[in-house]
Ligand binder design. Structure first.
Ligand code: GAL
Length: 648
């Protein structure tokens, strides 16, 4: 049964409120509480002198009320005394300016002194609380990458980057060859002469930028691994997690996930809608619900990182403070988001935060409670969600099954298209999301997988954009047995960020006999519909399955595999994916606008993201556990359903 929880900051409240807080949490149906992730200045007010007493009391209190604690290491907020004693631990931005004390995440991952401090405070905490009966899990740090903090151009980072390059290339001649530094006389004579790619007059060499991104990602992994190793030593049997973010790709989350037991993430659907690339029409229509596929996309993405276990560490409970505009969720949305996480297999959903703080940076961010300690809307919805979850758990669900569609996504692809978009707005992340969204609107369930995952047994595999083909990928595709759709720019780069000798799609030419000889990025409207803003010209003997008016090919097919040589307008992408899903015998359906489905453990969930009521197409007698055919705005219905089709 999925747990519900909340993020609580006892250090921010009078201690005589704690008992009432914790009692109310338990009464609300919450069973998990995350604490401690920003509490360093209260845990160690002066260097080496710890004040554990308050945290001892908080943990004991939570334990006494049956609440399991997820304890955070406080390394996202190094205190003032630490920064003053070690000012060069600050991260440095691309303009060469040190980031300052006064908010959070101000450290550089490469700074050896700060790394030692991170190990020290983690060891102290783990020793003290590693076997505390209240502690069920640990969270390392908080949101690596938040506020654009993976990359640092500090002296420590530059030095560590040089060492990283020396290991990767062995000798400088190999690096010069790989990067193509003969171009613009950029040849290096030694690793010592290489800087981080910042402040260059025009764009730096893309291979330099890609290696710096890989290096920066590796620094996050190394930092995290140090904490994980310490926690495993001193806190046996507890899960270790880290809370990832929405649409943040600045480090390799698949690699991070392999070091964790559970990958968690922080879900702020309204903030994400406002913050990202969505059309004005979508921003209006979904202002109080969030985009119907954003939470789901991240559930499926993070379930595929690591060991298949995921949860929501922070769930938006009301208006937030950090987007350009911060509306209140439609009544019912907090409950809907909670149940949707369950439908995707989340182990828990924790609301951020217990009570709105009347002071400091996030005073305009809602909590489950108002600052005056009264229940806010979120508290009522959390209570309803707890009752729903109990009802669903009592429905004796079946074991979890795989989804029928695999969508291949990797972080490096996003780095490649960010470094060299070639056309405004082109992003492998956006491609992946748009394909995902179109598939979901067809009523399909999706597993988002890293490119080294086995694809065997999936009736449908889609690869929206994978410029660098990892070793063995083409063979895995060849052997997967399902229908395959490959998107533009796949196979278009070598690992060294060059065009492959045989031209794109590189090694994929073993499966489909075509070469991309030229690409165009286009202002929408320049190319004839249904091309949106990217068009590839292919040299091939294959007859295009879908030709454009001028006879040029849009989709080419070789057996089970199709190659799409353009980005498409939404409707055309949906039609193509529907055709491919038909070939895979997945029975795609046209769901009512704004409605999404997810099957999980023998139950089928339906969610209405539309601001209007929707009616599910009648399909014989559904045995409803929650809701009914008529879905009000923010409505949820759940019925029993046998798995749609056997996936081995
Ligand atoms: C998250 C962060 C929390 C809080 C929250 C506000 O990014 O982890 O500490 O700042 O956003 O929405």
């Amino acid at each position: 049964m999925m747990h519900l929880g909340v993020c609580w900051y006892p250090e921010q409240w009078p201690e005589d409120w704690w008992e009432d807080d914790v009692r109310r949490m338990a009464a609300m149906g919450l069973t998990r509480v995350r604490i401690g992730e920003f509490a360093w200045s209260r845990l160690e007010p002066t260097p080496g002198r710890f004040d554990w007493a308050w945290l001892d009391r908080a943990l004991d209190l939570l334990h006494a009320h049956g609440l399991g604690v997820i304890l955070g290491t406080p390394t996202a907020t190094p205190p003032k005394w630490l920064v003053d004693g070690m000012p060069d631990m600050l991260a440095v931005d691309a303009q060469g300016r040190p980031r300052r004390f006064g908010s959070r995440r101000h450290y550089c991952f490469s700074h050896a002194g700060y790394r030692a401090e991170s190990r020290r405070i983690t060891t102290e905490l783990a020793r003290r609380y590693g076997r505390h009966p209240a502690v069920v899990a640990w969270q390392t740090d908080n949101e690596y990458g938040c506020h654009d903090t993976v990359v640092s151009h500090s002296a420590a980072a530059a030095q560590a980057f040089r060492a990283w390059l020396a290991v990767r290339y062995g000798d400088i001649a190999a690096l010069n060859r790989a990067w193509g530094t003969v171009f613009w006389s950029a040849e290096y004579r030694s690793f010592d002469g290489i800087d981080t790619p910042a402040l260059t007059v025009t764009e730096p060499n893309p291979a330099h930028s890609l290696d710096f991104q890989r290096f920066s990602s590796d620094q996050v992994l190394a930092f995290n691994r140090e904490q994980v190793d310490i926690l495993r030593t001193h806190s046996p049997g507890r899960d270790i997690t880290h809370n990832a973010m929405g649409f943040v790709t600045s480090f390799d989350h698949h690699a991070l996930g392999r070091d964790l037991d559970v990958v968690t993430w922080d879900s702020y659907p309204l903030g994400f809608l406002e913050q990202f690339w969505f059309s004005d029409a979508d921003k209006l229509r979904y202002a109080r619900q969030g985009h119907p596929d954003v939470a789901a996309f991240h559930h499926d993405l993070y379930r595929g990182c690591g060991r298949g276990r995921f949860a929501v560490m922070e769930q938006q409970p009301g208006p937030v403070n950090w987007a350009a505009r911060n509306p209140a969720p439609l009544p019912g949305m907090v409950r809907l988001w909670t149940l949707e996480a369950m439908a995707h297999g989340a182990e828990f959903v924790a609301y951020f935060r217990w009570r709105q703080a009347p002071f400091a940076q996030e005073q305009m961010h809602a909590g489950l409670l108002r600052p005056d300690r009264t229940d806010d809307v979120g508290a009522h919805e959390a209570r309803t969600a707890a009752q729903d979850i109990a009802r669903l758990a009592a429905a004796h669900p079946a074991p979890a099954a795989r989804a029928p569609v695999a969508l291949v996504f990797d972080y490096q692809s996003v780095w490649v298209t960010d470094i060299q978009p070639q056309g405004a707005g082109f992003s492998a992340l956006r491609q992946a999301f748009e394909w995902y969204s179109a598939l979901r609107a067809l009523g399909l369930d999706i597993d988002i997988l890293p490119p080294d995952a086995s694809l065997e047994g999936y009736p449908l595999v889609v690869v929206p954009c994978l410029p660098i083909l990892p070793a063995g990928f083409v063979d895995r595709l060849a052997g997967c047995g399902g229908q395959v759709l490959i998107g533009p720019r796949t196979g278009s780069k070598t690992a060294e960020f060059s065009i492959p000798a045989q031209l794109p799609p590189g090694d994929l030419q073993r499966l489909i006999d075509l070469k991309v000889t030229r690409v165009e990025s286009l202002r929408p409207g320049v190319a004839a519909a249904p091309v949106r803003d990217w068009l590839e010209h292919c040299e091939t003997a294959l007859t295009p399955e879908t030709p454009l008016a001028d006879g040029q090919g849009l989709v080419y097919r070789a057996g089970r595999l199709r190659y799409l040589a353009a980005t498409l307008e939404d409707g055309a992408l949906a039609r193509l994916l529907a055709a491919v899903a038909e070939d895979a015998e997945l029975a795609p359906q046209a769901l009512p606008d704004g409605v999404r489905l997810r099957r999980h453990r023998g139950l089928c969930f339906a969610f209405n993201y539309a601001p209007e009521a929707r009616r599910l197409a009648s399909s014989g007698a559904r045995e409803f556990v929650l809701g009914a055919e008529e879905l009000p705005p923010a409505g949820v219905a759940v019925w029993r359903e046998p798995p749609p089709r056997k996936v081995h």
